[in-house]
Write a protein that binds this ligand. Structure first.
Ligand code: FES
Length: 492
C-alpha cells in the first residue's frame, strides 16, 4: 500500500538531499501534495532501490558515512534506552493498526452476511446484491491472497523511525532528524539550524524549548533547574534531551547576527597545517563545555598571549561548534599571523573573541546560490557552503574560485570531491595567475563563469576576497546583468 512521506523523510530514505527532491518536484518529475510524496512514486523514480544498494547516494564519502544506511549498521546507534522507547512507540503504533484491521475485517464479514440476508428479496435487488457479493469476494481474494513483497520504503521508513526521530520547529516550521546519541541541540546544529543555546552542558538554561507534541528523554546530566510552571508547560533543555518519537518543539532561532551574543573562549590549538606555499590552516578546538556559537560567514578575533591578536573569518561550519578552522595567509594577520607561520604549536591556548560580521546566508531565499572566491576569500565561503550543504536547502550551489597563484586553489581536492558526489554542487576553479592586473583577473573569472553557467544571473551571489578584487568584481557582475539585490560581498 502506498504511503505519504514528508519530503525530508523521503530524502533520508533515498540518501539524497531534500533540495534534490524539491528540484525534481519543480521540474515536474515528481508530484507532491501538502509537502508529501507517495512511496509509490518514489519507487517509480528509483525502481532498483534496495537496502544495501549504495549507488544512489549523491554525497561525498564523508557525507555518505553520515547517511542513513551506514548509520543503521555502525557506530551511531542510539543508546539502548532510546531504542527501547522508540520500539515501544512503534509497537503502540503497530498495535493500533492491528486493532483497526481487525475492526475492518469484522465489518467486511458483517457486510457479507448482510448481503446474503438481503439476497432473498426481489429479482432485481438479488442480481445487484449478487454482483456486489462477487465483487467483494474477488477484492478480498485479491487483497488477502496476493503474495505481496513488502514495500522497501515501508521497511526503511519503519527502520528510520527506530533509528532516528523527526523534529519540527515552531514557529519556523524547519525540521531535522535526531540520530545516534545526539541531543536535540546537537542534531539541530548538524542540520544547520541556529537554535538559541549557551553552555551546551545543562548549566545555563539558554537552550530551553517547549515540547508541543511527542516524547523526549534525558540523555545527559544537567544542573539547571526548570521551574515548576516551566515543567508543567513542557519545557525541556535541548542540550541534555533527545527525541524518542517524532516531536514538535517551540524554540528560539537566531535570524540575524544581533541574535548571537559575543563570547570569549579559551581554545586549544589542535593542528597547524600548511595548505599551500602561502596558506596555513589553523585548527582550534574549544572545551566541550564552552563552544563558539556563530553563524556561517562570521569572523572572530584570535589572540595569543605573546603574539597579540588579529581578526579572521571562520572557515568551518557552525554545525561543528567545537572545531574551528582558519586559513591564515603568509604575511597577513600581523604578529599573530607571524606566530602561526613560525612556531605556533599544537596544545597552545588561543583566545577566541566574537563572533563579528553580518556576511550571512540568506535563509529565506528560494534561489540557487553561486559563491565567487578570490584567493583567500575561499575561507568564509567554505563556511557558507558547508552550512548550505547542512541545510540542504539550495537547489543549486556553484563555487567559482579565482586564484592568482599557481597553488592558489589550496583546497581543490575537497571542492572536486563535493562536485563528484553532490548532484547539486558544481566547482569551477579559474587560474588567473597570468593576469597582469586585478581588473584583468576579475574579467577572466566573470567571463569563465558566464560561459560555464549561462543562467547564473538567476542565482544569489556571495562574493569574497581581497578588496582589490571585490570592487571591480561587483562592477563587472552588475554590468553583466546580475542584480545588486542578490549580491552580497565580503572583503577579507
Ligand atoms: S545550552 Fe546551557 S543548558 Fe543547554
Amino acid at each position: 500500500m502506498s504511503q505519504q512521506l514528508a519530503i525530508s523523510r523521503a530524502a533520508r530514505l533515498l540518501g539524497v538531499s531534500r533540495a534534490a527532491l524539491q528540484k525534481r518536484i519543480k521540474e515536474g518529475g515528481l508530484h507532491s501534495f501538502d509537502g508529501t510524496i507517495t512511496s509509490e512514486e518514489l519507487l517509480l523514480l528509483y525502481p532498483d532501490l534496495e537496502l544495501e544498494d549504495s549507488g544512489l547516494f549523491e554525497r561525498t564519502q564523508k557525507i555518505k558515512q553520515d547517511a542513513f544506511r551506514r548509520r543503521v549498521m555502525d557506530r551511531t546507534l542510539p543508546a539502548k534506552e532510546v531504542l527501547a522507547e522508540r520500539l515501544f512507540e512503534q509497537s503502540l503504533e503497530l498495535n493500533d493498526i492491528k486493532q483497526h484491521l481487525q475492526h475492518y475485517h469484522t465489518l467486511v464479514v458483517g457486510l457479507q452476511d448482510k448481503i446474503q440476508e438481503l439476497s432473498s428479496g426481489q429479482q432485481e435487488a438479488r442480481n445487484a446484491l449478487k454482483l456486489l457479493d462477487e465483487w467483494l469476494e474477488h477484492e478480498l481474494h485479491h487483497v488477502l491472497g496476493e503474495d505481496k513483497k513488502p514495500d522497501t520504503f515501508d521497511v526503511m521508513d519503519a527502520m528510520l523511525k527506530v533509528m532516528s526521530a523527526h523534529v519540527t520547529l515552531q514557529p519556523s516550521g524547519r525540521d531535522f532528524f535526531v540520530e545516534g546519541n545526539d541531543t536535540l541541540l546537537e542534531a539541530a546544529l548538524k542540520a544547520g539550524l541556529a537554535l538559541n543555546y549557551g553552555c551546551s552542558s545543562g548549566n545555563c538554561g539558554m537552550c530551553k524549548a517547549r515540547v508541543i507534541s511527542g516524547q523526549v528523554m534525558k540523555v545527559r546530566h544537567f544542573d539547571y533547574v526548570l521551574s515548576e510552571p516551566e515543567k508543567q508547560q513542557g519545557y525541556t533543555l535541548m542540550c541534555c534531551h533527545t527525541a524518542v518519537s517524532d516531536v514538535a518543539i517551540e524554540a528560539l532561532e537566531a535570524t540575524s547576527a544581533s541574535d548571537i551574543p559575543k563570547q570569549q573562549i579559551s581554545a586549544r590549538v589542535k593542528a597547524v597545517t600548511p595548505l599551500s606555499q602561502d596558506m596555513m590552516m589553523l585548527h582550534l578546538q574549544t572545551p566541550r563545555t564552552h563552544r563558539l556559537r556563530f553563524l556561517a560567514g562570521q569572523s572572530v578575533t584570535l589572540g595569543h598571549v605573546e603574539a597579540g591578536s588579529g581578526e579572521f573569518p571562520i572557515a568551518s561550519c557552525p554545525c561543528n561548534d567545537r572545531d574551528l578552522q582558519f586559513h591564515i595567509q603568509r604575511g597577513l594577520g600581523g604578529a599573530f599571523g607571524e606566530k602561526v607561520w613560525n612556531g605556533l604549536k599544537a596544545g597552545e591556548n588561543i583566545t577566541v573573541y566574537g563572533p563579528w560580521g553580518d556576511y550571512l546566508f540568506n535563509e529565506d531565499s528560494q534561489n540557487g546560490v553561486m559563491f565567487i572566491a578570490f584567493d583567500r576569500g575561499y575561507a568564509p565561503l567554505k563556511s557558507l557552503l558547508e552550512h548550505s550543504m547542512a541545510r540542504e536547502s539550495a537547489e543549486d550551489m556553484i563555487l567559482v574560485w579565482g586564484a592568482s597563484t599557481v597553488d592558489g586553489h589550496y583546497m581543490s581536492n575537497l571542492c572536486r570531491a563535493w562536485d563528484d558526489a553532490l548532484e547539486n554542487f558544481h566547482y569551477l576553479p579559474v587560474s588567473v595567475a597570468d593576469a597582469k592586473t586585478e581588473d584583468e583577473a576579475v574579467t577572466q573569472v566573470v567571463e569563465s563563469l558566464l560561459k560555464s553557467f549561462p543562467k547564473a544571473r538567476l542565482l544569489d551571489l556571495y562574493l569574497a576576497g581581497p578588496e582589490s578584487y571585490i570592487a571591480p568584481a561587483r562592477d563587472k557582475l552588475l554590468a553583466a546583468g546580475f542584480s545588486a539585490s542578490k549580491l552580497t560581498a565580503m572583503v577579507v
